[in-house]
Design a protein around this ligand. Sequence first.
Ligand SMILES: Cc1ncc(COP(=O)(O)O)c(C=O)c1O
Length: 503
Amino acid sequence: MGGQFLGASDLLLHFDPTSDLPIYLQLYEQLRSSIVTQCRLGPGAKLPSTRAFADSLGVSRNTVLAAFEQLLAEGYLEGRAGSGTYVARTLPEAFLGARHQTASKAMARPPARVSERGRIVRALSPSTSLSRVVPQPTVPKPFRMHTPAFDNFPYETWRRLTQRAWDRVRPEMLGYGSPAGWRPLREAIAQYVRASRAVRCEAGQVIITAGAKQAMHFAAQMLTDPGESVFIENPSYSGVRVAFQLAGARLTPLPVDGEGMVIAAGAGVDARLAYVTPSHQYPVGVTMSLRRRLELLDWARRASAWVIEDDYDSEFRYRGRPVASLQGLDDQQRVIYIGTFSKVLMPSMRLAYMIVPPDLVDTFIAARAHHDWQSPIIEQVALTDFINEGHFGRHIRRMRAIYADRQRILVQYARQKLRGLLEVPAKDAGMHLLGWLPQGVDDLAISRDLMDAGVETLPLSQFAAPAGDRGGLLLGYAPFDERDTIAGIDKMALVLERQLALS
Ligand SMILES: Cc1ncc(COP(=O)(O)O)c(C=O)c1O
């Protein structure tokens, strides 16, 4: 079968419209099963183009792309530049040491059955469909997202503070502690957000979590019931979509314009909660206007709904006045504020915090207790000292200057080298920029080609539902000095020139 072209009709695919499983997952599972059993899809077989395949199956091209993406990521398919998609000559089972299975034996063992939640997680997991474009544990290549500048991390100070935390540790600190977190850390955070983000809170409202994502999962589970509607921004952070989908909530994406999420677009929907990134919309980068903030709080009051404010990278604002938090404007105790140390310090620390209205404190402490109890004590103690002794403030000020400079270099060089290929407007804040591709260019395909050329980007379409009409690429700039940025843009220019000439 090697190399031969297969039409969609040869594959005997059929979809069950009544199934809870999305069509792309049905397609993925049937293709995977045909590949594993070598039934109609042998090693090296060529698949139809996604466009032709989608037309012949009567599904959208995005459906086929999503199924192919997952199979590519798992190693069942291989893409060859310019010549299409093929069944891998060596299947992942071989790498895993599985004995060669005959078709009949393989058919006797269908794919492992997992729950609906398992399917959602598997379909959306960074280790499957997005594995080619999300951070990997390797040295970051331009323009990897979500990565601070570790070349400027205060290693020596951090080492000293963790050592000191061990020197001072008392035996009772090593048992189960408070699920809300180390009290001195909660106090330091409360003081920090009051001063720098105008958040109104007491230390007792601060709950330490293992990352902002954990806080989102708690909020999704504690504040919504299955089937209830939740407003999210479109495009939006994928982590929050997963959190609410797993909780069984119904997602209602509302458009984002130059003033932030358009809350009026949700008129008529009885939503219980809204998730927003008002300081720096993720991933587009706009700041929510005061008018919209007031509109959102007014909606929350009238609907008796909750608002989640994800303030993930507000420390890095380069121009204009710092933007105060939405939580600080809320006099109805409807906002749950989430902050993280992943951007300011390091994602692997897994320390973040949620600041919740007083009447939700017990619920969220119980959620943490029942989930994983608490965060590691030594890191909490070291972080408390890092904040209280002024290292945190100094580190933020230093990084702000470095990131502003790195953004300037990226914008300047992109303007020179990527004219007509990618428009990269400057932004006042953050650690990434959104570059716009020419109308009609498939950002997922471009992102994949760039990855093959050693340039890491995230396609905007993966954050939107359904994908908008103009594709874009997210470019992290924080960890890259001038030399890295120039090298990355030069590679991008080559790939984009080639691909855009072909399309
Ligand atoms: C918008 C947004 N919110 C929250 C997070 C999660 O951060 P954490 O590492 O604290 O889970 C991220 C991480 O990339 C993010 O992009």
